[in-house]
Design a protein around this ligand. Structure first.
Ligand code: 5GP
Length: 200
């Protein structure tokens, strides 16, 4: 029997498993997920960052095929019917969002690191498909800061903001389902931390 001694006591802390190379990044509205993930991709083009399909309308500056695939309700129905989505969910009670299956499977098969920036409902579905995926929760420094960022962004109506904050409340409560929690205080610091977490 192994003795309890320095060898066992010095075991490294739990490391996220990288068996599958699939990383899910979730977190409440306006926490900065989009910015942080875009920055990661800029620095490391070898990362595969999934582009989701959505039924919501593009915001100013958003480009089809870059930020999202902007699709009609009918096209989204077809994607679901054809099994073309790895996961999908209705987010903020408004629009549907889903991860196209084929590009993820292909990148994964090529051994690339796959990043999915999706909501909590989607993250739970990915656990079924990729049980070894590492789930990272991006958290705001505080609730007040989250509200400030959402209002400052100015892209939502009052009603949409209220819906998003309600979803955020539920998402923050779920942080303990995740393998890692990263507080997004400062973008560069967060990007650095995430790049390390995915093993680059
Ligand atoms: P936004 O409309 O602000 O771009 O995104 C709203 C929410 O949808 C975010 O929380 C984002 O993580 C989530 N989301 C984006 N793409 C997907 C997806 O493919 N699947 C799921 N389940 N959520 C997504």
């Amino acid at each position: 029997m192994a003795e309890w001694g320095p060898m066992t006591m010095n075991l490294p802390p739990h490391q996220p498993t990288r068996e599958t190379g699939v990383f899910v990044i979730s977190g409440p509205t306006a926490v900065g997920k989009g910015t942080v993930v875009a920055r990661m991709r800029e620095r490391h083009p070898e990362l595969f960052v999934s582009v989701s399909a959505t039924t919501r309308a593009p915001r100013p500056g958003e480009v089809d095929g870059v930020h999202y695939w902007f699709v009609s309700d009918e096209a989204f129905d077809k994607l679901i019917a054809d099994g073309g989505l790895l996961e999908w969910a209705v987010v903020h009670k408004r629009a549907r969002y889903g991860t196209p299956r084929r590009p993820v499977e292909q990148a994964h098969a090529e051994g690339r690191i796959v990043i999915l920036e999706i909501d909590l409902q989607g993250a739970r579905q990915v656990r079924e498909t990729y049980p070894d995926a590492t789930h990272i929760f991006l958290a705001p420094p505080s609730w007040e800061e989250l509200v400030r960022r959402l209002v400052g962004r100015g892209t939502e109506t009052e009603e949409q903001r209220a819906e998003r904050l309600e979803t955020a409340r539920q998402e923050l409560a779920s942080a303990r389902e995740f393998d890692e929690v990263v507080v997004n205080r400062e973008i560069e610091e967060t990007v650095h931390h995430l790049v390390e977490l995915v093993g680059l």
